[in-house]
Design a protein around this ligand. Structure first.
Ligand code: SF4
Length: 490
C-alpha cells in the first residue's frame, strides 16, 4: 500500500495510524499524489491565510475523502495540521471498514502519561474533553487514563533522584508459546547454554553492583524476568539471588519480584528458595483458564497445573501473587474469557494483569497467518471491559497501563492491584521514573539524569548465544554507566 504524504512531514504518526487498520500491510511512502489503483493520500496545501488539509483512502474499489480548511494563525499550527490529517484519515478508515478504535487516533505507548501531562497544564476536565473530541478516545478509555495516572503518580513520587531499579533477564522457557515475541529460547533447544549464561550473568551483576556503589545509587526494586526465570533449577536460582544479595546494597530495597510465569516450572523447592532469599512478589500466569485455548497457543501446561502452582505459592507464604491473563487469544471467546476472569477473582489474587494479544512478525502465530480478525477485536474489547468491571467490583483496581503495537482490537495492557500491593517496578519502567540497570541477554539499561528527563540507553546483545560469545563487549558497554553519572556527580 502506498502512503502519500504531500507537503508535510507527519509520515511517522500517519503510518502508525494506518497500522491500526492494516497492521501487517507493507507500506511504501511517496511524496506526490499517487496514480496507483489503491493508495492513502494525506495532503497539505498552505495558502496566504489558510491551509487546506485532505486525507483520502482508495482501497478495494471504494474511496473515502475528508478535508478541512484551517487558519494559518491557528494556535499550535503544526501539531493541529498533523492531528487534523490523522483524524480525517481515521474517519476515512472507519467509513470503509466499519471498525472504530476505542483509543481513537491515539497510538502512543503511554496514554496515561500524556493524560497526566495535559492535566498538569489544562486541568482534568479540559484534558478529558481534548481526549474525547480531538483525539476521539472513548469515555471508557478516558476513565482508565484518569484512574491509572493518579495511582502512577503516587508511586513515582516515592522515587528519589539517585534511585534505580535492577532488571535481570533469564531468556529461557520450557517451550516456546506460539504468540511469543520475546527473545526467549526453549530449554529444549538452548538448555546447554544455561550454565555458561548464568556464570557470565553473575559477572555482569558484580560489575553493575560496583557501578551502582561508585555512583551512590539507591536500589528501590529488583525484577527478575524473562523468559521464565523459574525454568532455572532451585540450585541455580539460589546461586543467582545469592550473588545479588552479596553484591548490592539492599538496605533501601522496597520490592523484589520474580516472574514464575509458566506454571509448569513452579515447584515448592524453587518457591521456597525465592521466599527465603527475600523475594516478596511472584507472577504465576495462566493466560487463560481454558485448556483448549492453552493448547491453541502452545502453552505446555494445563489449567490444573496453574491452580496447583498457585496453591503451592500460597502455602510457601507469598503475600503478593500476580496472575497474567490475555484477551483475544485464538479460540477464546467472551464467555470463556469471562469464566477465566470469574475463576481468577475467586482465587482472590493481589494482582491481575490483563494483556491484549499482540502479534509481532517474529511470533510463530503470525508466521502461520493466524492473526485474529476484526470480529475478534470487538470480542476482545468486550473481554477487557468485562475484566475492568469485574475486577474493580472485587477491589482489584487498575494502577498502570501501557499499549503495544499490533494488539487485537488496538487495545491495551492493564495492571490491577488491591490497594497497597501495586508493583512498583512496573510503573518505574513504564514511566521511566529513574534509571534501570539491566543485566542479561536483551536487557536494556536506561540511565535517567537525576533531576531531569534526559535518558541514555545501553543495549546488551539480544540472544543468549550472542550474550555469551560477545560478553567482553557487554562488559565494556557497562562503562557507559560511569560516563553517564560522571556528568552529574561533578
Ligand atoms: S512463557 Fe512468555 S517468554 Fe516464555 S515463550 Fe511463553 S510468552 Fe514467550
Amino acid at each position: 500500500m502506498i502512503l502519500a504524504t504531500v507537503n508535510h512531514s507527519f509520515r511517522y504518526e500517519l503510518e502508525k495510524l494506518c497500522r491500526i487498520f492494516m497492521p501487517y500491510e507493507a507500506i511504501r511512502f511517496e511524496e506526490q499524489i499517487p496514480s496507483a489503483d489503491e493508495y492513502i493520500l494525506t495532503h497539505l496545501q498552505k495558502g496566504d491565510k489558510t491551509t487546506v488539509l485532505l486525507s483520502k483512502v482508495v482501497i478495494g474499489g471504494k474511496e473515502q475523502t475528508n478535508s478541512i480548511e484551517i487558519l494559518n494563525t491557528t494556535e499550535d499550527y503544526t501539531s493541529e495540521c498533523e492531528r487534523n490529517l490523522a483524524v480525517m484519515l481515521y474517519k476515512c478508515f472507519v467509513a470503509l471498514t466499519g471498525y472504530e478504535s476505542a483509543w481513537g487516533i491515539l497510538t502512543g505507548v503511554r496514554p496515561a502519561k500524556l493524560y497526566s501531562k495535559l492535566t498538569r497544564n489544562l486541568g482534568e476536565p479540559a484534558t478529558a474533553d481534548y481526549f474525547k473530541n480531538s483525539l476521539l478516545v472513548s469515555d471508557g478509555k478516558i476513565g482508565l487514563c484518569s484512574t491509572t495516572f493518579k495511582s502512577e503518580e503516587k508511586i513515582t513520587a516515592l522515587s528519589k533522584p539517585n534511585s534505580f531499579s535492577l532488571y535481570i533477564s533469564i531468556p529461557f522457557c520450557p517451550t516456546r508459546c506460539s504468540y511469543c515475541s520475546f527473545v526467549s529460547h526453549s530449554v529444549e533447544k538452548a538448555g546447554k547454554l544455561v550454565e555458561e549464561y548464568l556464570s557470565l550473568l553473575k559477572q555482569e551483576l558484580i560489575l553493575t553492583a560496583k557501578k551502582a556503589k561508585e555512583n551512590s545509587l539507591r536500589l528501590e526494586t529488583i525484577y527478575i524476568g524473562g523468559g521464565t526465570p523459574t525454568t532455572l533449577s532451585d540450585v541455580q536460582l539460589e546461586d543467582l539471588i545469592s550473588c545479588i544479595k552479596d553484591n548490592f546494597d539492599l538496605s533501601t530495597l522496597r520490592e523484589f519480584t520474580v516472574e514464575a510465569g509458566r506454571p509448569d516450572t513452579v515447584t515448592a523447592e524453587k518457591l521456597g528458595v525465592l521466599k527465603n532469599l527475600g523475594v516478596d512478589r511472584i507472577s504465576i500466569n495462566p493466560q487463560t483458564l481454558n485448556d483448549e485455548v492453552l493448547a491453541n497457543i502452545g502453552r505446555a501446561h494445563t489449567v490444573e497445573q496453574f491452580f496447583e502452582a498457585y496453591k503451592t505459592a500460597k502455602q510457601v507464604g507469598f503475600k503478593v501473587i500476580n496472575t497474567d491473563l490475555i484477551a483475544g487469544l485464538p479460540g477464546d471467546d467472551f464467555d470463556s474469557f469471562k469464566k477465566t476472569v470469574d475463576k481468577i477473582i475467586q482465587l482472590d489474587p493481589e494482582n491481575v494483569t490483563v494483556h491484549t494479544l499482540s502479534l509481532k512478525r517474529s511470533s510463530n502465530m503470525s508466521a502461520n497467518k493466524l492473526f485474529p480478525d476484526k470480529a475478534l477485536g470487538e470480542e476482545a474489547l468486550k473481554m477487557v471491559d468485562y475484566a475492568l468491571k469485574a475486577l474493580k467490583q472485587a477491589g482489584i483496581v487498575p494502577y498502570y497501563m501501557y499499549r503495544q503495537s499490533k494488539t487485537v482490537g488496538n487495545l491495551e495492557n492493564v495492571g490491577y492491584a488491591k490497594e497497597g500491593t501495586e508493583g512498583l517496578y512496573n510503573i518505574y519502567i513504564m514511566d521511566e521514573t529513574h534509571s534501570v540497570l539491566a543485566c542479561g541477554a536483551s536487557a536494556v539499561t536506561k540511565l535517567r539524569e537525576p533531576n531531569g528527563p534526559y535518558i541514555e540507553r545501553i543495549f546488551n546483545f539480544k540472544y543468549p548465544y550472542e550474550y555469551i560469545s560477545r560478553f567482553e563487549e557487554i562488559i565494556e558497554r557497562k562503562e557507559g554507566i560511569s560516563h553517564f553519572y560522571d556528568k552529574y556527580n561533578k
